[in-house]
Design a protein around this ligand. Structure first.
Ligand code: 8ID
Ligand code: ZN
Ligand code: ZN
Length: 352
């Protein structure tokens, strides 16, 4: 009953657009599963991949997508811990060697042989996608596949980033890009982890959404600028006015990466997660030294982070707004994303 052909969105050349067409269904290798992807979230990374924004080449032609939630419909002979009919999630890290020193220490996103869904291997903007069984997310049967899809990249990534920030319950975290896909998730994970959230983004619609999701304050970067911006973020953070204990940078713009060290609290951490094309990071050495700042990157999550992030979802702690459209409408989603008009996440339904 697995068809030989299926609908997919294919990037034929760097810069796009995507074309909606029929392509063959792949067969899983010995250590792989074939997942009938029901829903896939649309991450800004998918737009970067189509545009060729980053100093890492994609495969071409490319099927993007890495927040795919679906059902296992075939598996290779070495796969013993997943059954046909199980719910599974295909995430950014499609596979890794499991033998290098990074994999051995549960840093598998750093594996030099990592396979990336929707980038170096075909991803989830198709009805049937292949992934290494070791890395697919085990999704509990009582989960709604549509709602859980954005957890598979956005959720895992921000949860890991919050852990990497070192912020502890009761402390303040500034989330930059809080109204977008990762940002909306970050507000909810931060709240569930007992943190106070200062949301930073632009516009009234995002302000409303951030507050509904649990941010205690919102700073609009389009109206609060320069020294005012630094003062406003600090005023909205801890009552002592000394700034947030951590900053999660999720925006797709360089400027906020330059600003964060100005308002973060002394001994605080700045965690870089967003990946604006060609951006540079710079910070004054003097402040970094005498205020003992930490500046670091955080990249998706490992298998344990994945299951923990899903567990927060299962416990009902993560309810992020999403809109669902047919897979055939993916190019329109990219257009809205480029214009910064998306509040929360778009999810595509692969059946239409
Ligand atoms: O593992 C990783 N590090 C990882 C994983 C997943 C995604 C990194 N990413 C990267 C993506 O490739 C992308 O570069 O994180 C970035 C954000 O992805 P997203 O959340 O999927 O993008 P979005 O939904 O478009 O949200 C971006 C938000 O940033 C705001 C926009 O208004 C939007 O809400 N923003 C911008 I653009 N400039 C801003 C500024 N100066 C800003 N918010 C505050 N200040
Ligand atoms: Zn992503
Ligand atoms: Zn490895």
């Amino acid at each position: 009953e697995i068809p030989t052909e299926q609908w997919a969105q294919v990037v034929e050349k760097s810069g796009g657009p995507v074309s909606y067409k029929k392509i063959p269904v792949q067969k899983p290798g010995p250590d792989e599963v074939l997942v009938n992807v029901k829903y896939s979230g649309v991450c800004h990374t998918d737009l970067h991949a189509m545009m060729g924004d980053w100093p890492l080449e994609t495969k071409l032609p490319l099927v993007g997508g890495h927040e795919g939630a679906g059902v296992v419909v075939a598996k290779g002979e070495l796969v013993t811990d997943l059954e046909l009919g199980d719910y599974a999630g295909i995430k950014w890290l499609n596979g890794s060697c499991l033998a290098c020193s990074f994999c051995m220490q549960a840093d598998e996103p750093l594996c030099p042989k990592a396979l990336l869904s929707g980038y170096t291997v075909d991803g989830t903007f198709q009805q049937y996608a292949v992934a290494k069984a070791a890395h697919v997310a085990r999704i509990p049967k009582d989960c709604d596949l549509e709602a859980v899809a954005p957890v598979l990249c956005a959720g895992i990534t921000v949860y890991k980033g919050l852990k990497e920030s070192g912020a502890r319950p009761g402390q303040y975290v500034a989330i930059v890009g809080a109204g977008g896909g990762l940002g909306s998730m970050a507000i909810q994970y931060a709240r569930a982890m007992g943190l106070n959230v200062v949301a930073i983004d632009g516009g009234e619609e995002k302000a409303k959404s951030c507050k509904e999701l649990g941010a205690s304050a919102y700073v609009d970067y389009t109206t609060s600028v320069g020294d005012d911006f630094v003062r406003d973020v600090r005023a909205a953070s801890a009552p002592d006015g000394l700034g947030p204990h951590a900053v999660l940078l999720l925006a797709v713009a360089e400027k906020p990466f330059q600003q964060a060290t100005q308002y973060v609290r002394s001994r605080g951490s700045v965690v870089c997660i967003g990946l604006p094309a060609g951006a540079q990071l710079s910070a004054p050495v003097f402040d970094t030294v005498v205020r003992m700042l930490v500046i670091k990157g955080s990249y998706v999550g490992n298998r344990q982070d994945t299951q923990e992030a899903l567990d927060f979802y299962s416990r009902g702690l993560i309810k992020v707004p999403y809109k669902t459209v047919g897979l055939s409408e993916l190019q329109n989603v990219y257009q809205l994303m480029r214009e910064g008009k998306i509040v929360g996440r778009y999810v595509v339904d692969t059946s239409k």
